[in-house]
Design a protein around this ligand. Structure first.
Ligand SMILES: C[S@@+](CC[C@H](N)C(=O)[O-])C[C@H]1O[C@@H](n2cnc3c(N)ncnc32)[C@H](O)[C@@H]1O
Length: 305
């Protein structure tokens, strides 16, 4: 963690303590630097409301006191801060056209590859509470693409360790199954009448591996991936961070690999040589592309060199 971001308010030095507004601004700055998440001044009130429960749990009475605590114990508290400030909204079969494309890709490319003893890798990047990754597993299982048929894995990652716990459990309340037809529930989930919760069935659970991963840091994975879903995540990042992330996705996507992004997200014009649009917010990695050098094109957003 870059501690230089936080002004050492009461850390034994002779500087005035931060007031509430300054403390909130310092937290927003920290989350931007650590997670890429932009929270503009007009949304600073959201930081206060999202942290209210955390402050109560820590018996703190102000954001400034929380900021001091974060400064004193960044390794322990930063994950909590990030967890409070991320938005984990998701649902099964969200933006369903992407899952139709996944099924088409599976039929045309992935099934023949597995049949030839090849390797298939998919990535749900920014998986939140897991519905996206489990939906991918359901679509593949419908086509008989399961780990007992060959070397096929879905990696599901998020920066938020708390969301990941729910995701990995694969256990959902009725309300969280919004969008999942009844017959699909019967097929892919089991119901626990005691807790009123639905749990993803065992064969699907073998398909998905959940890991903590910060998308604004170098990837600890090399790919190549056949499919990457990174949907409704980049929307929280600034233009330059989005561009860099898509450039790094291109580097780990197989040629012809599918990248799906959220309905209000776009791939920067600078990266056009790397991706071919194949549908609504869906792209394939082009086969022969030279990654444009922003220093020579001079077309990076915000004048970054
Ligand atoms: C709105 S959810 C998207 C869930 C799912 N992809 C979908 O479209 O339904 C956004 C997720 O992005 C995650 N996220 C935000 N910044 C991140 C980062 N720097 N690295 C990894 N995940 C991040 C959040 O924790 C959150 O779970």
């Amino acid at each position: 963690m870059d501690q230089g971001i936080i002004r050492p308010a009461t850390a034994g030095r002779d500087v005035p303590p931060l007031d509430e507004g300054e403390a909130i601004a310092a937290l927003a700055d920290l989350v931007r630097r650590e997670a890429g998440i932009e929270i503009g001044a007009s949304r600073h009130a959201m930081i206060r409301s999202r942290l209210a429960r955390r402050l109560r749990a820590l018996h703190l009475d102000s954001i400034a006191a929380y900021h001091d605590l974060l400064l004193a114990a960044p390794a322990q508290e930063l994950p909590h801060l990030i967890s409070c400030l991320t938005t984990n909204v998701s649902s099964f079969f969200r933006e369903p056209h992407h899952f139709d494309m996944l099924a088409e890709t599976a039929r045309k490319t992935l099934m023949p590859r597995l049949a030839a003893n090849g390797r298939v890798r998919l990535w749900s990047a920014g998986c939140a509470l897991g519905q996206e990754a489990w939906t991918m597993a359901m679509v593949l299982a419908d086509l008989g693409l399961t780990p007992d048929r060959g070397d096929i894995r879905i990696l599901a990652t998020d920066i938020d360790p708390v969301a990941l716990q729910t995701a990995a459990l694969g256990r959902y309340t009725e309300a969280m199954l919004d969008g999942l037809p009844r017959e699909r529930r019967q097929k892919s989930m089991s119901f626990d009448a005691q807790t009123d919760e639905w749990t993803v069935t065992e064969p699907l659970r073998r398909q998905v591996t959940f890991r903590e991963l910060n998308l604004v840091r170098p990837f600890p994975v090399r790919g190549p991936f056949d499919v990457i879903f990174c949907r409704n995540v980049m929307i929280y990042f600034d233009d330059r961070t989005q561009l860099e992330l898509c450039r790094r996705f291109a580097a780990v996507l197989a040629e012809g690999g599918l990248l799906c992004i959220g309905h209000s997200e776009r791939i920067a014009e600078e990266l056009a040589p790397l991706f071919t649009g194949v549908g609504l917010t869906a792209y394939r990695r082009t086969s022969v592309a030279v990654i444009p050098d922003p220093r020579t094109t001079g077309r990076m957003p915000h004048g970054a060199a």
